[in-house]
Ligand binder design. Sequence first.
Ligand SMILES: [Zn+2]
Length: 319
Amino acid sequence: MPEVQTVQGAVDAGELGLVLAHEHLRFRDEAVVAQWPERYDEQAELDAALEAVAAAKSKGVQTIVDATAMFGGRDVRFMKQVADQTGVRIVACTGIYSYDYLPHYFENRDVDAMADHFVADIEHGIQGTDIKAAFLKCAADEAGVTENVEKIHRAVARASLRTGAPIMAHSMPAVATGPRQVEIFAEEGVDLSRVQIAHCGDTEDLDYIEGLLASGVYVGLDRYGLEMFLPIDKRNAIAAELLRRGHAERILISQDYCATIDWYPAEAKGVFEGQGAIRNWSMTLVFDEVVPALRELGVMDDATFKTVFVENPRRWLTA
Ligand SMILES: [Zn+2]
């Protein structure tokens, strides 16, 4: 089998095993961290990441795809520390996680120059290490596919064409970013079977999801526990229907869990839980609640489980 890059080096794709396809060991803004490092408790962050990954490992997870790119505080040394201490493989990405903003650095350089940066991460290594990115990340959210977002998507597409690396695109179904994102990748000549449109599980609009599936992309049902976008039971109903309709080979199930995230003050997690905006959000929720519920609904036998959690991530990562 082909190899996949992890933070611990290249591994045979057959060794990836059970995969969580979209999680974050740590999510924080690197600019804020660089300016006010004393606001961050690095040990607490590491402890939280170790705890989350160890919990996932206890459920049989062997590999975690960490979708943290630029502006999410991507730090492959941190990822490697967690991988080394837990024995769980971590797969890192390159790309830019922005809903619109671009630094002047990239505003004043063209798409191909941006792509050069991504290609270097894939071919040579990230942040001065020999750890290589295995996939490309971009995002579109409430603002839609703005000029800057389109630029990042085209750069990601061109880096994918130059390296063969697959693509994960954060999307926002509520404003239907997915079709335009797919269109840009298609215009650039990307093989759409190497593309994962993340966060499709945030909607109950089956026509929207099937419209994307018809183009050949993978869809991420990957935000289990984030009730503010869609509650778990509704996510399960959509997942079950997609499985009934024969889409098992294009579905990725995950939690988009952030072991720590600096978007909110520390007390916010308790408030969100109290309000029901998040529920049991963790790196094990899909095994604790989702897989059992889907089994109950009769749509997740052992073969389907293997398709979704082993074969799909492997196929997406390796073509
Ligand atoms: Zn994410």
